[in-house]
Each structure stands twice: as structure tokens, then as C-alpha cells.
Design a protein around this ligand. Structure first.
Ligand SMILES: [Zn+2]
Ligand SMILES: [Zn+2]
Length: 219
């Protein structure tokens, strides 16, 4: 990965891996949103989006496209409910989920691509941190979220570098806790303007630090 992109990630003010994946996700969804017919075709071929990406897709599609997709999908429901002699049992539900993959399986095309990208970004972060002189540069950023920190930490080979990364993680979290305390202290309208740029967004940064961006998986 280009150094320029790494630095852009470090300057994003959040976990750089979450930042990269969020950008990729938006791009992928916009691409999919422009392919209403292909989505219908994909669904006919029993590919589908997970629950998370169905909802994200709605944000980048026009209302009319969402409505057209809704008609298409719901008509399939009517067809199956109408035409099937089989009773609606647990097995039917399982079969239904398998085919529609509302269950968030990896065969969601967006999840599948993002999973591969995440691997690439983790490797790029490891390469960057293992190169001489880069730890202090990383230390100046806001650091990684906990899920990405653990994944990167486990891939770093040198024990002393691992320990350094661990100390930096603790330092980043300490700083964030301080910013959250300031955020709370300055909650009254008369003092809100005193919040610094970092403090203003400390609340959502704390959620991302804990669990990673929305959709991040621990495994
Ligand atoms: Zn992250
Ligand atoms: Zn998905």
C-alpha cells in the first residue's frame, strides 16, 4: 500500500483500518446501487446482502429503486407463500435464510470484498509498524480500535515491538478517556463551545474504539 494512503489513514482521527474499510464500503455500495437490475438478478440467483448491507444500501439508493426492489422481493414472498404446499416449519425458515442470506453470511458480496480488504489493511498496518522509525509516527495518530489493535498485535513478530504497540494502545485509550471526561464536563450549552475538535466527537470515537466501525467482526 502507498505510504501516502497510510498517512491519510493516520491523519483521519480514527482507527485507520476502520477508516479505509468505511470508504471502501461506501464505494462498493454506490456501485451496487447503480445496478438495480443486477441486484435483482443476483437475488434471483440466490445471492444476497446481509441485513447490515441491505440497510446501508438503502442509504445510497434512490427511494424509487428501493421501492422497485421491494416489489421484486415481496412478490417472490407471495409466490412462495402461495405456491408451496409445504407447511411453514423451522426447516423452511432455515432454508429461506440460506437462500436469502438475511442471516449475514459471508456470501454477502459486500461483506466478502470488505473481508479481503480488511486482511490487506491489517497486513499493511503490520508492515508499516514493523519498519524502523514508524512507531513514533503511529503514536501521534488516534490509534486503532480494539478489534483491529488485537488483529495487528497478533501479527507483529517482534516481541519488543508488540509491547511498544501495547503501551501506545493504552496511551491512546487514556487520552480518549480524558477527552470523554472533558466532553461530559462541558455538556452545558454555555460551555459546549469550549470543547476541542477531538472532544466534540469523543462520544462516537469511544464506541469505535470499543467495537470498531459498524459491521466490524471480531473474527
Ligand atoms: Zn478499526
Ligand atoms: Zn454484508
Amino acid at each position: 500500500m502507498e505510504m501516502e494512503k497510510i498517512h491519510e489513514g493516520l491523519d483521519s482521527g480514527r482507527c485507520m483500518i476502520c477508516h479505509f474499510i468505511e470508504n471502501d464500503e461506501s464505494e462498493l455500495l454506490i456501485k451496487w446501487a447503480g445496478r438495480g437490475e443486477q441486484i435483482q438478478q443476483g437475488l434471483r440467483n440466490r445471492e444476497s446482502f446481509c441485513n447490515h448491507h441491505f440497510w446501508r444500501l438503502k442509504k445510497v439508493m434512490s427511494d424509487n429503486t428501493v421501492a422497485a426492489l421491494g416489489v421484486f422481493l415481496l412478490e417472490q414472498f407471495v409466490y412462495e407463500l402461495d405456491g408451496s404446499d409445504a407447511p411453514l416449519t423451522e426447516a423452511w425458515l432455515r432454508d429461506y435464510q440460506d437462500r436469502r442470506s438475511f442471516s449475514g453470511r459471508i456470501d454477502c458480496p459486500v461483506c466478502g470484498t470488505l473481508f479481503e480488504r480488511e486482511r490487506e489493511y491489517i497486513n499493511a498496518a503490520v508492515d508499516f509498524l514493523e519498519s524502523a522509525g514508524n512507531m513514533p509516527v503511529y503514536e501521534k495518530s488516534r490509534g486503532l480500535c480494539m478489534p483491529h489493535f488485537i488483529k495487528v498485535f497478533l501479527s507483529i513478530r517482534d516481541e519488543s515491538q508488540r509491547q511498544r504497540l501495547r503501551e501506545i494502545q493504552k496511551k491512546h485509550i487514556d487520552a480518549l478517556v480524558g477527552e470523554l471526561q472533558e466532553f461530559i464536563k462541558k455538556k452545558d450549552p454555555s460551555r459546549k463551545w469550549e470543547r476541542t475538535g477531538d472532544e466534540k466527537v469523543a462520544h462516537w470515537r469511544s464506541l469505535e474504539k470499543l467495537v470498531g466501525r459498524t459491521g466490524t467482526k471480531w473474527r
